[in-house]
Design a protein around this ligand. Sequence first.
Ligand code: DMJ
Length: 479
Amino acid sequence: MSVGCIGTRRLRAGLAVRRTSSGGRRLGRSCLGALAPALCLLLVPAPRLAAQARGPDAEAAAVREAFLHAWRGYERYAWGHDELLPLSRGARDWYPASFVMTPVDAFDTMLLMGLTDEAARAKALIIERLSFDRDFPVQVFEVTIRLLGGLISAYQMDGDPRFLALARDLGNRLLPAFESKTGMPYRYVNLHTGAVSGPESNPAEIGTLMLELGTLSKLTSDARYYDAAKRAVTSLYGRRSRIGLVGSEIDVESGVWRGIDSHVGGGIDSYYEYLLKSWLLFGDQDFKRMWDSSVAAVNRYVADEAPTGYWYGYADMVTGGRSATRFGALEAFFAAVLARSGDTARAGRLMRSIFRMWTTFGVEPEEWNYALMRPISPGYELRPEAIESAYYLFRITGDERYRDLGRVMVDSLLRYTRAEVGFAALRDVETKQQRDRMESFFLAETLKYAFLLFAPPQTLDFDAVIFNTEAHPIRRTWP
Ligand code: DMJ
């Protein structure tokens, strides 16, 4: 498929516009300011930035250097903690004790980048300090995607059985969360006592456990994890509306919906991702059926053919009526999922809208009103989804223009978020004022997808892995 349809003369005009620019922000602004939006959209895949003149190897090296800059900040100021605070040069833990979240999340990225010394230090820290026997409640979803996912990919890539032992211990401690009347998990579980809390949950937190727990079952020959996660998804799917949509909040005890907005953003997003990927990873046809019917409903009611582009907004899960023209950084993952499902046509159209959202200010905002083309929530949390989608589209279609989009986004993101120590989220994408936060997913996902976009394809066999929602590559090593 092709990103845009445009003649060479116009293409050259597009090149000229951009070559006079010095940066991502000016790129976006000059493009949108000087040209009608529709023409601009057609031009975006065309530019070759100065960075590209250096070639993909140099680009990959630049991302690797950025990763090292982030990691060195962590090593120096946050060693043993969950996260680096880049501006205050401090550390942050999610809970009363650290789960060394950044090293666990970043470990497989280090292996892919060939950072063997850093990986060895991270591994030693994980093996020495990581313990799940903790007497406080943790968020089942976050701990699963970041820690369980990280430990599973660490085990598969490194081979050390201690990673699997840690994963199994965590899996056992998470199981009590599924003991609700509906089989859908509570949001929190105390890892020591098994006490549960948080009955008000959402599709993402209920339905994004399958790849990690399912793989744990396959690797340990213990079906309990797979069965618990599958029962949760099936129970949730069974509560979809008559038109096939899920809402934004549900009570896991009563099974009653508490929020009826349907969308593909935070709180729902990775539920869809895992329907597709659970089928691809496990070959379980039940997931294929659930994916097929769900994506059909989403494409019918949530997708929006707006004058400003092709988007996925908000719809009422009961009536299918449009409830908001809202899209954002989290929703941007959907182009990757559509592409992985084989729907590169919709994925490509959505990618163009995502790129437009990104280039309006040089970095994407957290939430965006696509009817007004204005931010609703102006921050940038160092999120990966837009770059993830460019990477998927590039790998799946082989169309260089998707790598061009990715290049523009990576280039501006590294420029505006780099701090003296590590990288910092942005408080506002218009002012580019930085915020004292560097989430572990920046090293697990954002820099991994950015690196893989430019690295030689043999760095990771894209077709042989399924990335969990935290970009931990999982391989099917079982029959
Ligand atoms: C990550 O933890 C995961 O990608 C999750 O699915 C969504 N939020 C962040 C990244 O934005």
